[in-house]
Design a protein around this ligand. Structure first.
Ligand code: AMP
Length: 209
Protein backbone atom coordinates (compact mmCIF):
# COMPACT_ATOMS: atom_id res chain seq x y z
CA UNK A 1 0.00 0.00 0.00
CA UNK A 2 1.54 3.33 -1.10
CA UNK A 3 -0.06 6.29 0.64
CA UNK A 4 0.28 10.05 0.45
CA UNK A 5 -0.63 12.34 3.34
CA UNK A 6 -1.72 15.74 2.15
CA UNK A 7 -2.43 18.78 4.30
CA UNK A 8 -1.14 22.17 5.39
CA UNK A 9 1.96 22.40 7.58
CA UNK A 10 0.83 21.56 11.11
CA UNK A 11 -2.29 19.65 10.00
CA UNK A 12 -0.93 16.58 11.78
CA UNK A 13 0.54 14.64 8.86
CA UNK A 14 3.67 13.58 10.77
CA UNK A 15 1.70 12.45 13.82
CA UNK A 16 -0.83 10.50 11.78
CA UNK A 17 1.93 9.02 9.61
CA UNK A 18 3.35 7.49 12.79
CA UNK A 19 -0.04 5.99 13.71
CA UNK A 20 -0.49 4.53 10.22
CA UNK A 21 3.09 3.24 10.28
CA UNK A 22 2.37 1.34 13.54
CA UNK A 23 -0.88 -0.06 12.15
CA UNK A 24 0.14 -1.04 8.64
CA UNK A 25 3.82 -1.75 9.38
CA UNK A 26 5.06 0.32 6.47
CA UNK A 27 7.62 3.13 6.83
CA UNK A 28 6.66 6.79 7.00
CA UNK A 29 8.85 8.95 4.79
CA UNK A 30 9.05 12.64 5.58
CA UNK A 31 10.97 14.75 3.06
CA UNK A 32 11.00 17.57 5.66
CA UNK A 33 12.79 15.30 8.19
CA UNK A 34 15.22 14.10 5.53
CA UNK A 35 16.01 17.66 4.50
CA UNK A 36 16.48 18.80 8.13
CA UNK A 37 18.87 15.90 8.64
CA UNK A 38 20.79 16.91 5.49
CA UNK A 39 21.01 20.52 6.75
CA UNK A 40 22.22 19.31 10.16
CA UNK A 41 24.89 17.13 8.55
CA UNK A 42 25.96 19.93 6.20
CA UNK A 43 25.65 17.76 3.07
CA UNK A 44 25.63 19.34 -0.40
CA UNK A 45 21.88 18.89 -0.62
CA UNK A 46 21.43 20.33 2.89
CA UNK A 47 23.44 23.43 2.00
CA UNK A 48 21.29 23.89 -1.10
CA UNK A 49 18.02 23.44 0.83
CA UNK A 50 18.73 25.53 3.95
CA UNK A 51 17.86 29.05 2.76
CA UNK A 52 14.59 27.88 1.19
CA UNK A 53 13.58 26.04 4.35
CA UNK A 54 14.48 28.91 6.68
CA UNK A 55 12.28 31.30 4.72
CA UNK A 56 9.36 28.86 4.50
CA UNK A 57 9.71 28.40 0.73
CA UNK A 58 9.75 25.05 -1.05
CA UNK A 59 13.08 23.45 -1.91
CA UNK A 60 13.43 23.11 -5.74
CA UNK A 61 11.60 20.11 -7.18
CA UNK A 62 14.70 18.46 -8.69
CA UNK A 63 16.47 18.38 -5.28
CA UNK A 64 13.52 16.83 -3.41
CA UNK A 65 12.57 14.43 -6.19
CA UNK A 66 16.15 13.07 -6.19
CA UNK A 67 16.10 12.47 -2.42
CA UNK A 68 12.69 10.82 -2.52
CA UNK A 69 13.57 8.57 -5.44
CA UNK A 70 16.62 7.22 -3.59
CA UNK A 71 14.63 6.68 -0.39
CA UNK A 72 11.75 4.72 -1.91
CA UNK A 73 14.16 2.40 -3.67
CA UNK A 74 15.42 1.14 -0.29
CA UNK A 75 14.60 -2.38 0.91
CA UNK A 76 12.14 -1.37 3.68
CA UNK A 77 9.87 0.30 1.10
CA UNK A 78 9.21 -2.84 -0.94
CA UNK A 79 5.79 -3.52 0.70
CA UNK A 80 4.69 0.11 0.60
CA UNK A 81 5.20 3.41 2.38
CA UNK A 82 3.52 6.57 3.62
CA UNK A 83 4.67 9.82 2.05
CA UNK A 84 4.46 12.77 4.45
CA UNK A 85 5.21 16.12 2.81
CA UNK A 86 5.75 14.76 -0.70
CA UNK A 87 4.52 15.55 -3.32
CA UNK A 88 4.09 19.25 -2.60
CA UNK A 89 3.73 20.48 -6.18
CA UNK A 90 2.05 19.12 -9.29
CA UNK A 91 5.46 18.52 -10.99
CA UNK A 92 6.48 16.39 -7.97
CA UNK A 93 3.28 14.33 -8.34
CA UNK A 94 3.97 13.94 -12.05
CA UNK A 95 7.51 12.80 -11.19
CA UNK A 96 6.03 9.99 -9.06
CA UNK A 97 3.87 8.96 -12.03
CA UNK A 98 6.84 8.91 -14.35
CA UNK A 99 8.84 6.81 -11.86
CA UNK A 100 6.04 4.25 -12.26
CA UNK A 101 4.96 4.60 -8.62
CA UNK A 102 1.37 3.48 -8.06
CA UNK A 103 -0.35 5.46 -5.31
CA UNK A 104 -3.27 3.62 -3.68
CA UNK A 105 -4.73 6.42 -1.61
CA UNK A 106 -4.18 10.11 -0.90
CA UNK A 107 -5.40 11.10 2.52
CA UNK A 108 -6.01 14.79 3.05
CA UNK A 109 -6.11 16.06 6.64
CA UNK A 110 -8.17 19.27 6.45
CA UNK A 111 -7.52 21.90 9.13
CA UNK A 112 -8.50 25.61 9.04
CA UNK A 113 -5.66 28.15 8.72
CA UNK A 114 -6.50 29.79 12.09
CA UNK A 115 -6.09 26.44 13.85
CA UNK A 116 -2.79 25.81 12.03
CA UNK A 117 -1.28 29.08 13.26
CA UNK A 118 -2.22 28.26 16.86
CA UNK A 119 -0.94 24.70 16.59
CA UNK A 120 2.44 25.51 15.10
CA UNK A 121 3.33 27.92 17.88
CA UNK A 122 3.19 24.96 20.33
CA UNK A 123 4.86 22.36 18.12
CA UNK A 124 8.18 20.87 19.23
CA UNK A 125 10.35 18.54 17.15
CA UNK A 126 13.18 16.24 18.21
CA UNK A 127 16.51 17.51 16.89
CA UNK A 128 17.78 13.96 16.54
CA UNK A 129 14.97 11.70 15.30
CA UNK A 130 12.46 14.28 14.02
CA UNK A 131 9.57 12.98 16.15
CA UNK A 132 6.88 15.61 16.58
CA UNK A 133 5.19 16.87 19.79
CA UNK A 134 2.90 19.66 20.95
CA UNK A 135 3.20 21.39 24.31
CA UNK A 136 -0.57 21.00 24.96
CA UNK A 137 -1.91 18.26 22.68
CA UNK A 138 1.00 15.81 22.62
CA UNK A 139 3.56 16.78 25.28
CA UNK A 140 6.83 14.95 25.85
CA UNK A 141 6.89 12.93 29.10
CA UNK A 142 9.87 14.99 30.29
CA UNK A 143 9.80 18.63 29.21
CA UNK A 144 12.08 19.26 26.22
CA UNK A 145 13.19 15.62 25.94
CA UNK A 146 12.09 13.31 23.09
CA UNK A 147 10.16 10.25 24.40
CA UNK A 148 11.53 8.09 21.59
CA UNK A 149 15.26 8.76 21.57
CA UNK A 150 16.04 11.15 24.44
CA UNK A 151 17.07 13.91 22.00
CA UNK A 152 16.24 17.56 22.54
CA UNK A 153 12.66 18.56 21.56
CA UNK A 154 12.84 22.13 20.25
CA UNK A 155 10.78 24.63 18.28
CA UNK A 156 11.53 24.54 14.57
CA UNK A 157 12.94 27.78 13.17
CA UNK A 158 10.31 27.78 10.40
CA UNK A 159 7.48 27.51 12.98
CA UNK A 160 8.02 31.20 13.85
CA UNK A 161 4.72 33.06 13.21
CA UNK A 162 5.96 35.17 10.25
CA UNK A 163 7.36 32.10 8.47
CA UNK A 164 4.18 30.12 9.13
CA UNK A 165 2.15 32.67 7.15
CA UNK A 166 4.37 32.32 4.12
CA UNK A 167 4.30 28.50 4.41
CA UNK A 168 0.50 28.60 4.44
CA UNK A 169 0.49 30.84 1.36
CA UNK A 170 2.83 28.41 -0.41
CA UNK A 171 0.56 25.53 0.63
CA UNK A 172 -2.54 27.14 -0.88
CA UNK A 173 -0.78 28.22 -4.07
CA UNK A 174 1.39 25.22 -4.88
CA UNK A 175 0.28 22.19 -2.85
CA UNK A 176 -3.53 22.48 -2.57
CA UNK A 177 -3.91 21.98 -6.39
CA UNK A 178 -2.81 18.38 -5.72
CA UNK A 179 -6.29 17.75 -4.28
CA UNK A 180 -7.80 18.16 -7.75
CA UNK A 181 -4.91 16.21 -9.30
CA UNK A 182 -5.64 13.16 -7.13
CA UNK A 183 -9.44 13.62 -7.00
CA UNK A 184 -9.37 13.27 -10.80
CA UNK A 185 -7.66 9.89 -10.33
CA UNK A 186 -10.40 8.90 -7.85
CA UNK A 187 -8.00 8.22 -4.95
CA UNK A 188 -8.45 11.31 -2.73
CA UNK A 189 -10.04 10.87 0.70
CA UNK A 190 -10.50 13.84 3.04
CA UNK A 191 -10.58 13.63 6.82
CA UNK A 192 -11.35 16.66 8.99
CA UNK A 193 -8.58 17.18 11.56
CA UNK A 194 -10.08 16.90 15.05
CA UNK A 195 -9.10 18.61 18.31
CA UNK A 196 -7.32 15.55 19.64
CA UNK A 197 -4.75 13.29 17.98
CA UNK A 198 -6.77 10.19 18.96
CA UNK A 199 -10.01 11.43 17.35
CA UNK A 200 -8.19 12.26 14.11
CA UNK A 201 -6.45 8.87 14.15
CA UNK A 202 -9.80 7.07 14.39
CA UNK A 203 -11.05 8.85 11.27
CA UNK A 204 -7.75 8.30 9.46
CA UNK A 205 -7.68 4.54 10.13
CA UNK A 206 -11.35 4.29 9.19
CA UNK A 207 -10.66 6.10 5.90
CA UNK A 208 -7.88 3.63 5.06
CA UNK A 209 -10.00 0.49 5.46
P1 AMP B 1 7.88 19.83 6.56
O1 AMP B 1 8.65 19.22 7.68
O2 AMP B 1 7.18 18.80 5.71
O3 AMP B 1 6.97 20.94 7.01
O4 AMP B 1 8.97 20.49 5.58
C1 AMP B 1 9.81 21.53 6.05
C2 AMP B 1 10.40 22.28 4.86
O5 AMP B 1 11.17 21.38 4.06
C3 AMP B 1 9.38 22.90 3.91
O6 AMP B 1 8.91 24.15 4.33
C4 AMP B 1 10.20 22.97 2.63
O7 AMP B 1 11.11 24.06 2.66
C5 AMP B 1 11.01 21.69 2.68
N1 AMP B 1 10.30 20.56 2.03
C6 AMP B 1 9.85 19.41 2.63
N2 AMP B 1 9.26 18.61 1.72
C7 AMP B 1 9.33 19.26 0.53
C8 AMP B 1 8.89 18.97 -0.78
N3 AMP B 1 8.25 17.83 -1.06
N4 AMP B 1 9.15 19.89 -1.76
C9 AMP B 1 9.81 21.02 -1.50
N5 AMP B 1 10.24 21.38 -0.28
C10 AMP B 1 10.01 20.51 0.73
Amino acid sequence: MNLILLGAPGAGKGTQAEVICDNLKIPAISTGNMLREAVKNGTKCGLEAKSYMDSGALVPDEVVIGILKDRISEEDCKDGYILDGFPRTVPQAEALDSMGVKIDKVLEIAVADETITQRLSGRRVCEDCGNSYHIDFKPTKVEGVCDKCGGKAVQRKDDAPETVLSRLKTYHELTAPLKDFYAAKGILVTVEGQDTVEDTSKLVLEALK
